[in-house]
Ligand binder design. Structure first.
Ligand SMILES: [Zn+2]
Length: 70
């Protein structure tokens, strides 16, 4: 497994970045949830965000950023 932490989502509607409501601890679990249609409600604009690997970011175990901010 690839350990990750601090998973965040970038809203495609208002560009706000907010913490993922589900705490993922490894990249494989995150990818599975995204493939299954993970959604989150943006706390800034209230719209439902369809999570993809292109609008999410996280921190890798070594402290480096992963996802869209990388
Ligand atoms: Zn938003």
């Amino acid at each position: 497994m690839t350990a990750i932490s601090d998973v965040r989502i970038r809203c495609g509607h208002c560009r706000a970045i907010f913490a993922c409501p589900v705490a993922f601890r490894d990249l494989e679990t995150l990818e599975s949830a995204v493939a299954a249609g993970l959604q989150a409600t943006c706390p800034s604009c209230g719209q439902v965000v369809n999570c993809t690997m292109k609008n999410m970011m996280w921190r890798n175990a070594d402290g480096s950023p992963g996802g869209v901010s990388a």
